[in-house]
Design a protein around this ligand. Structure first.
Ligand SMILES: Cc1cc2nc3c(=O)[nH]c(=O)nc-3n(C[C@H](O)[C@H](O)[C@H](O)COP(=O)(O)O)c2cc1C
Length: 307
């Protein structure tokens, strides 16, 4: 028998598999279903103080290699999220990660303070949406591309809550290790990497960009090499745990993410390709790989590609 257990900032998990933010779970019942389907932890859709409508259609395009989205962080706002997380905590034993975003360090701190009343196990700061704009976000700049901005947001949220904070970083930067270091120095308890990679699609037929927002974020199998490089570089730069996310679709992909240095593995677009069963399938593929390769535990695989 292999041991799949892992830990994130003192939070014990039955396996490394985490539902990434933005997929399947918009309310407590669907998050609970994902947990019952094999995710050891679930991340909520990112929320902000007032909520957002998001962009008009088309917002998502997908094929077997990737998904491109510019949903625009549509969400119902912090009060709704507090209710969903509180109910989830009453009904499920799984780890829940509350994801938040805002337009300034002060507002980030306010959402962190409010979401803490629902007692999620961890809070994830979405510092890295590649396509945010619109009402209240007219002058939004991606916090994740600047070490000083990351540091300000992490410091402000750390003051506002005692719950461990994970900083979610962007691959759309020259040196992600340096940015992870800034988050760690500011007090972050962990890093989630990566968010989507910036991208766009143009229709030859209509001779126009396809997404209504023109630009979007790329996810799924096509970004796995970017995610692996990011996690590998972050592991060399910080000591705090990493939720390695991006393009994981099979058990072997998840193993590669652990070898790069991830302590847990985020799964998003694979739920579109393989359905809610993705977690059980990936878990049994991981077990199979570990048995075949005489590897007894997840713990011994974390960061092994650096040896
Ligand atoms: C449709 C969609 C919605 C997403 N929404 C969020 C979000 O609200 N907050 C966030 O931090 N990341 C969001 N993401 C990014 C994912 O959590 C994840 O970082 C990214 O998709 C890479 O993982 P994957 O290749 O396994 O999907 C979203 C991605 C997609 C495709």
């Amino acid at each position: 028998m292999v041991n799949l257990q892992t830990q994130l900032a003192g939070c014990k998990m039955a396996s490394p598999l985490v539902l990434a933010s933005g997929f399947l779970g918009l309310d407590w019942a669907s998050l609970d279903r994902v947990a019952k389907s094999g995710a050891a932890a679930v991340t909520t859709k990112s929320c902000n103080l007032e909520g957002r409508d998001g962009y008009s259609n088309p917002t998502v395009l997908a094929n077997e290699n990737y998904m491109l989205n510019a949903i625009g962080l549509a969400n119902a706002g912090i009060e709704h999220e507090i209710d969903e997380i509180s109910t989830f905590k009453k009904k499920s034993q799984a780890v829940i990660i509350g994801s938040i975003f805002e337009s300034s360090p002060e507002k980030f701190a306010e959402v962190a303070k409010r979401i803490s009343t629902a007692k999620p196990h961890l809070i994830e700061l979405d510092l890295s949406c590649p396509h945010l704009g619109g009402k209240g976000f007219e002058n939004y700049k991606d916090f994740a591309s600047d070490p000083k901005s990351i540091s300000e947001v992490v410091k402000a949220t750390k003051k506002a809550t005692k719950i461990p904070i994970f900083a979610k970083l962007s691959p759309n930067v020259p040196n992600i290790g340096e940015l992870a270091k800034a988050a760690e120095s500011a007090g972050a308890n962990g890093i989630t990497a990566i968010n989507t990679a910036g991208g766009m699609l143009i229709s030859a037929d209509f001779q126009k960009p396809i997404l209504s927002n023109k630009y979007g974020g790329l996810s799924g199998p096509a970004i796995k090499p970017i995610a692996l490089k990011s996690v590998y570089q972050i592991y060399e730069s910080v000591k705090i745990p990493i939720i390695g996310t991006g393009g994981v679709a099979t058990g072997e992909d998840a193993i590669e993410m652990l070898l790069a240095g991830a302590a847990a593995v985020g799964i998003g677009t694979a739920t579109y390709h393989r359905g809610i069963e993705a977690f059980k399938l990936i878990e049994s593929e991981m077990q199979h790989w570990m048995e075949k390769n005489k590897s007894g535990s997840v713990k011994e695989l974390i960061g092994k590609a650096h040896e």
